[in-house]
Design a protein around this ligand. Structure first.
Ligand SMILES: C[S@@+](CC[C@H](N)C(=O)[O-])C[C@H]1O[C@@H](n2cnc3c(N)ncnc32)[C@H](O)[C@@H]1O
Length: 208
């Protein structure tokens, strides 16, 4: 795997996100966590510094696992530091960028927070295809990301181009999330808006 340029911004990522998005950032990342129940297998994709890992581990205790997939070694190192010694058996830190699922059991919960917006359309198709094979009919997805809003267009432009420059990720616009949800059979069960809809948190379920 090539060196991931998120390594470069890993030490500044959390303060920068809080500075740009304030309390909405922290709140949005904990939205719908009440859907997490004991012993679930949770697949957390592109989780970054792992700032919500301790909460995930308390929600799926005592025996649930978190598969923590990250393509940045530095992000993974920061995330590892957040896990108490006695909980390490419950986290699989998975250094990977091609959406490989490393265990035989299926995922009960998928977590994609501020992650789909950094993927290319090719990667989005690959990820959603993969989700079809590692989930089951009751799997839920907790999604949080940015949506276009005229009053935030300058902020969005600045964020996309600054992060794009710092990390080298090629995406220069927001994906059409609804297109992928519909194409791959995910429907919104619940939704909450932050910053007047600039940020949306969704709990999605598989279409039956
Ligand atoms: C914008 S950050 C979001 C971090 C965190 N989820 C949050 O809520 O702030 C995107 C993260 O996805 C990771 N990432 C990017 N492409 C990836 C891929 N193909 N597979 C796994 N992780 C990836 C980056 O290393 C980075 O930590």
């Amino acid at each position: 795997m090539s060196i991931n340029s998120y390594d470069f911004i890993a030490p500044f990522y959390d303060p920068l996100s809080s500075l740009l998005l304030g309390n909405s950032y922290r709140q949005s990342k904990h939205t719908f966590f009440e859907c997490i129940t004991p012993n679930m297998n949770i697949w957390c994709l592109g989780g970054g510094t792992g700032n919500m890992l301790p909460t995930l581990l308390s929600m799926n205790a005592p025996n649930g696992k978190v598969i923590y997939t990250e393509s940045s070694q530095k992000m993974l190192e920061l995330a590892k530091k957040r896990v108490p010694e006695q909980q390490t058996r419950r986290v699989i830190f998975h250094y990977n960028d091609t959406f490989d699922w490393p265990i035989s059991a299926r995922a009960d919960m998928i977590i994609c927070q501020y992650f789909l917006d950094v993927l290319t359309d090719f990667q989005l198709n690959a990820l959603f295809s993969k989700l079809g094979t590692v989930t089951h009919p009751a799997t839920r997805m907790l999604f949080v990301d940015f949506y276009p809003l005229p009053s935030k267009s300058l902020l969005l432009y600045t964020m996309i181009h600054t992060f794009g420059w710092a990390t080298g990720h090629p995406r220069k616009d927001l994906p059409d999330y609804a297109y992928y949800f519909t194409k791959y059979g995910w429907v919104t069960d619940e939704e909450r808006n932050f910053e007047n809809g600039f940020i949306k948190a969704k709990c999605l379920v598989r279409e039956i």
